[in-house]
Design a binder for this molecule. Structure first.
Ligand code: NAP
Length: 273
């Protein structure tokens, strides 16, 4: 029987690429997004249904899950992909900026997971794939809030796996390194206005250094394939580090003390330790 995946954040980037990969492999795909008008190209693919879903809106989550089950009979795999990054000094972030970051990247994952669990439990089958980040396992300057959400997802995923495994449901976490998507553009929300005030020199130095990181990223297509592979590999692997940059970064950190890591990152970003 044809299997079904529900993916969040399919308007662009990794989510859209994952939707294409599952469709190419003959799956039913509930390609969900905030604005279904962004899904015209995906809608043309066989087996793809484009549905409205804002992860911060429980009613829209529940409606999309119900519609997927009605259309395809079940949800075999949930991919929690929707997310964005808040960047800038923590002190400059308003409560609204912080709440939006956590509502999307953390509570959004809780909302969709809660919505699919009853039907997965009833069938004693399912895979939940959470797209965290290498930034859920290690850190860079000026991303404290984004890291806080992705570290939360890493911990949530691993712990949730223990209680769901006896019910036949697997939880897997993907930690991509840099991926060429809109993420570094429209999905990057600053915490600050102007030059960053008392943090201006850190903001200027780190921003200039990040320019040097552009390029050499994984493609969204390769992430789509990595997500599909994780969903279908039949193993109990729980963590997938995706991208040569992510693998190299985490390997390098393993060999360092925390003090050495901080010194390396300060050096990389031109910051005074
Ligand atoms: N690109 C990277 O370097 C990278 C690295 C590691 C991890 N990641 C993670 O990968 C995931 C996808 O990012 P991407 O790189 O593909 O960036 P992207 O191209 O900017 O896509 C982000 C997606 O998230 C959606 N989204 C944002 N808020 C949402 C909400 N409230 N409800 C539903 N959808 C929402 C966006 O939808 P709209 O079009 O409606 O805004 C868009 O479809 C994120 O979780 C990100 O943290 C990315």
């Amino acid at each position: 029987m044809k299997k079904t995946v529900l993916i969040t954040g399919c308007s662009t980037g990794i989510g859209a690429a994952a939707a294409r990969t599952f469709a190419e492999n003959g799956w039913n795909v509930a390609a969900t997004m905030r604005n279904p008008k962004d899904g015209e190209a995906l809608k043309a693919l066989p087996g793809v249904e484009v549905l409205a879903l804002d992860v911060t809106d429980e009613a829209s989550v529940n409606a999309a899950v119900a519609r997927t089950i009605e259309a395809f009979g079940a949800i075999d795999v949930l991919v929690n992909n929707a997310g964005y990054g808040t960047v800038g000094p923590f002190e400059a972030a308003s409560q609204a900026i912080i709440a939006r970051q956590f509502d999307t990247n953390v509570y959004g994952v809780f909302n969709t997971t809660r919505a699919v669990l009853p039907s997965m439990r009833a069938r004693r089958s399912g895979v939940i794939i959470n797209i965290a980040s290498v930034g859920g396992l290690t850190t860079f300057p000026l991303f404290s809030l984004y890291h806080a959400t992705k570290f939360a997802i890493v911990g949530f995923s691993e712990s949730l796996g223990f209680e769901l495994a006896p019910l036949g449901i697997q939880v897997k976490m993907l930690a991509p390194g840099g991926v060429s998507t809109d993420f570094a553009g429209r999905s990057m929300v600053p915490t600050f206005e102007g030059d960053g005030g008392v943090y201006a020199s850190t903001v200027a130095t780190v921003t200039a250094s990040f320019e040097g990181f552009r390029g050499g990223y994984s493609s969204s297509e390769s992430l789509g394939k990595a997500i599909f592979a994780a969903a279908t590999d039949g193993t109990k692997q729980t963590r997938y580090i995706v991208g040569d940059d992510a693998v190299a970064m985490l390997e390098a950190r393993k060999g360092m003390t925390d003090e050495q890591y901080v010194a390396v990152i300060n050096g990389r970003f031109g910051l005074q330790g």
